[in-house]
Write a protein that binds this ligand. Structure first.
Ligand code: HAM
Length: 463
């Protein structure tokens, strides 16, 4: 038997339905924020990531999937989305458009890591990038996107950690302070950290091996090395976060594992029991120099990405019930060959008219077809019968109340529209946290908008 490669997943069945639901919420959220979907290649020239993500990062030194293609070009499977978006921004001269350019992506990334819970070799990131604005409001707004996404999905235990690395001057000062601090005791740290001291000392703070070492815990803090301008900027970002009512903690040693950051950096942790150590579900920051590094014009940028695998895992651990509606609306049943022929075109006709329809494909008898309809949670059954069809009539059975009706073929669509329109939301028992229900338990649709109203409340209001 051929098995899947290490660190990869098959996302199938209920799991796949959850992912699809999360995708839908992402698309609708991005529409509200007015971000445009962007799709860039899954592989790029290796140089893009070496220059973009940084030669000194773990991602580039140890984790990329590199290969030569048949034309002898050096190719890398993308380990993250930002570098590709920046390349595309430059190549398509998007800097010529009135800015900022606001894009989002949702796709697979590849890192050759040691597989463990929450750390995969193939994983999916939803991310956003804003190119062409240095406004601190953008920093706060980008942070608000994952926060709102998690909230809309019903995830409760999240902690937002932010920090500022400051501008180039502040970052250089901080770098020097770290070199001074670590040099006398560097042999107490891992071999990689000894290398990092030479290439990029900030990376030491991000070391997965030495993360609990006292030396790291007592290291200089970025905040003490910010110049006045960077300090002021950080204060502004914080005040916009407060304006957006986003709770955050300042983590003065947060530096992030990629080289391109400056000013704001942030991580969002899932504080959910049983999650394990890879609990950062989303992260990002400002990367004002990257467009220039990749030969574009000076451009201020900010972005973030969230790992969908970790996000769905957090939702599972919190036992969040996603309002996944996978019920079939109509199940078309038949026995004779003429009924089957009629079923074939009827199913097609109903689908073309917007109904979710299934039928029989394995030669089951009528009794087994009823069972199959129940398995598919069919709301209505269409019971084709040669006698009825001769009179241009169709028998429809409500699979819940078991009531049956003979409906004229001409009237079928009206009948179905009328009977199925109220059934498209799956209501669940939930302690609804919306502003209207204040934690009270009711049959809730589970959908909450940005104003923290649930849809059932809106419907109640409309009534
Ligand atoms: P990152 O911190 O490397 O940042 O990844 C962002 C998120 O992707 C992580 O918080 C995690 O949820 C998920 N992730 C990363 N590696 C793995 C893995 N091996 N297995 C499963 N999930 C993983 C970036 O990638 C930046 N490009 C984010 C960004 C966008 N910064 C600015 N714009």
């Amino acid at each position: 038997m051929i098995t899947k490669p290490k660190g990869c997943h098959d996302i199938v069945g209920l799991e796949a339905k959850k992912w699809k639901y999360v995708d839908k919420v992402i698309d609708s959220l991005m529409e509200k924020y007015n971000y445009t979907y962007a799709r860039t290649p899954i592989f790029e020239s290796s140089e893009l990531f070496h220059r973009g993500v940084g030669e000194g990062t773990d991602i580039v030194t140890k984790e990329t999937y590199d290969f030569k293609d048949r034309g002898d070009r050096n190719i890398t499977l993308r380990p993250e989305g930002t570098a590709g978006i920046v390349r595309s921004y430059i190549e398509n001269k998007m800097y010529g458009e009135p800015g900022p350019v606001k894009v989002y992506y949702n796709g697979t990334m590849y890192r050759y890591e040691r597989p463990q819970s929450g750390r995969d070799r193939e994983f999916t990131q939803f991310g956003v990038e804003v190119l062409g604005s240095n406004d601190p409001l953008v920093d706060a707004e980008v942070i608000s996107i994952p926060v709102l996404l998690y909230k809309m999905l019903g995830l409760k235990g999240i902690v937002v950690k932010i920090n500022s690395l400051g501008d180039k001057e502040s970052r250089d000062n901080y770098r020097d302070a770290l070199v001074k601090y670590f040099t006398p005791k560097i042999d107490t740290l891992c071999e990689d950290c000894q290398e990092r001291l030479k290439k990029n000392p900030l990376r030491i703070l991000d070391c997965k091996v030495d993360k609990d070492n006292e030396l790291l815990k007592n290291a200089p803090k970025t905040i003490d090395y910010l110049n006045e301008e960077s300090k002021k900027r950080f204060e502004e970002v914080k005040s916009f976060l407060e304006e957006l009512e986003i709770d955050y903690e300042v983590d003065e040693r947060l530096v992030r594992g990629l080289d391109y950051y400056n000013h704001t950096v942030f991580e969002i942790e899932a504080s959910v029991e049983g999650f394990g150590s890879n609990n950062v579900i989303g992260a990002g920051g400002r990367y004002n120099g990257l467009v220039e590094t990749l030969d574009g014009p000076e451009t201020a940028c900010m972005g973030f990405a969230t790992g969908l695998g970790r996000l769905v895992q957090a939702l599972d651990l919190e036992e969040v019930k996603l309002p996944i509606n996978d019920d079939v609306e109509l199940f078309v049943m038949y026995v004779s060959d003429t009924e089957k022929k009629y079923a074939t075109s009827l199913v097609q006709y109903l689908r073309a008219n917007g109904f979710r329809v299934d039928t029989e494909y394995t030669g089951r008898g009528l009794k087994a077809q009823f069972k199959q309809a129940d398995r598919l949670k069919a709301k209505y059954l269409i019971l084709l019968n040669d006698e009825d069809l001769k009179n241009d009539e169709i028998k429809i059975k409500n699979n819940k109340t078991k009531e049956e009706e003979l409906v004229s073929v001409d009237y079928l669509l009206y009948y179905l529209d009328e009977h199925l329109s109220d059934e498209d939301l799956d209501y669940i028992d939930e302690e609804c946290e919306c502003e209207h229900h204040h934690g009270e338990e009711h049959k809730c649709c589970g959908h909450h908008d940005e104003g923290h109203h649930c849809c059932c409340h809106q419907e109640e209001e409309e009534e």
